[in-house]
Ligand binder design. Structure first.
Ligand code: DAH
Length: 343
């Protein structure tokens, strides 16, 4: 080692000064490490001082110098750690700033054009209007539903095979399986019957959930509207007449409906209903039937005194049909070019 002790100390101080200066402007973790290495690494300035220590014969001086080198290394490391944190914070803030979406830009670019209601919202409102015109009231129920309302009260006790008609999404809640994302709007029938004294004329629109892979005709989240009538002396003819009246009011006079025998656990007899397009072809819309006595009883009504009918169908499917949309996924991709076609 060459030079006096004070020269050695000056070398150490200069090394620290140079390293911290480099570190303080290092733009990223890699350049911070390069600066640290230049001072403290095997071939760094401080290592050279350290390796010369062996030749210092004065023990006190060797100790003082050794300590100075160690403190210098610590000082460089401290500066590096602090800078690393700053760089990380700045990178994060930069990423957030870069990800920011300025919505006002779109508003300016489109010349402040007005937005419009989503197709499904338009369809829901029209459906509500039509049914309110037929004397129905509108009700809503929760999207997160109990097994009791979604299945059991609808005449599907635990392990009833008909439960597999709905690919159910369960909520992770104890006891397991007791809470679901509602697979249909039918549970709102139960809630309405529990709350409103009959006679009941109600429609219940809302969002429903199923474990489905999206394709042209299916979405895992979609919309249904449920209908429920509970009164005295209600017959299957009332059901068929209501569906026909609704079909004409919603689609137009040229449309008709038909019922086909089917099975649902909560209605007896049950049917599926179709509407006829202009070209004579039929599309399947939904299910319906006479409310099963067990469903009335589960909701606290006396099936000897009260009877009724119910129906349920997909709103998205109606909107898709009404507007000739080919792929239901289009309705949820929020592409402005698609949406501005429907006002
Ligand atoms: N909830 C049934 C479904 O999602 C549709 C349905 C069928 C509703 C018959 C009804 C009904 O009210 O009576 O598949």
């Amino acid at each position: 080692m060459s030079g006096s002790i004070s020269e050695q100390q000056a070398v150490i101080e200069a090394a620290v000064k140079e390293a911290t200066a480099l570190i303080s402007v290092a733009p990223d973790a890699a350049s911070i490490r390069t600066a640290v290495n230049a001072a403290t690494g095997k071939k760094g300035t401080l290592a050279a001082v350290k390796s010369g220590l062996g030749r210092v014969t004065d023990l006190e001086l060797r100790k003082t110098l050794g300590q100075a080198v160690n403190e210098a290394i610590e000082a460089v490391e401290r500066a590096a750690t602090a800078r690393e944190q700053t760089v990380k914070r700045e990178a994060f803030a930069g990423a957030i700033a870069a990800d920011r979406v300025d919505m006002s830009e779109l508003a300016l670019r489109t010349g402040g054009r007005r937005g419009r209601m989503h197709l499904v919202t338009q369809a829901t409102e029209r459906l509500e209007d039509v049914f309110v015109g037929l004397g129905f009231r509108v009700a809503e129920g929760p999207e997160v539903e109990t097994d009791f309302h979604n299945f059991e009260a609808l005449n599907m006790p635990p392990s009833h095979p008909a439960r597999s008609m709905w690919d159910t999404l369960f909520v992770d809640q104890d006891p397991q399986g007791s809470v679901v994302l509602r697979t249909h709007t039918s549970p709102v029938q139960i809630r309405v019957m529990q709350e409103w004294p009959p006679p009941i004329y109600a429609v219940m629109p809302g969002r429903v959930f199923r474990k489905e892979t999206p394709d042209a005709t299916h979405m895992p989240v979609f919309y249904q509207i449920e209908g429920l009538v509970v009164d005295r002396n209600i017959t299957f003819a009332d059901l068929a007449g209501t569906i026909e009246a609704f079909t004409k009011a919603f689609f137009g006079e040229g449309f008709t409906s038909r019922l086909r025998p089917s099975y649902f656990p909560f209605t007896e007899p049950s049917a599926e209903f179709d509407i006829r397009r202009h070209d004579g072809s039929w599309i399947e819309l939904g299910g319906c039937g006479m409310v099963h006595p067990r469903v009335l009883a589960a909701a606290g009504l006396d099936p000897e005194e009260w009877g009724g009918f119910a129906f349920g169908f997909g709103i998205d499917r109606m909107a898709k049909e009404r507007h000739g949309v080919e792929d239901i996924r289009e309705m949820y991709s929020n592409d402005v070019r698609f949406m501005e076609q429907f006002s």
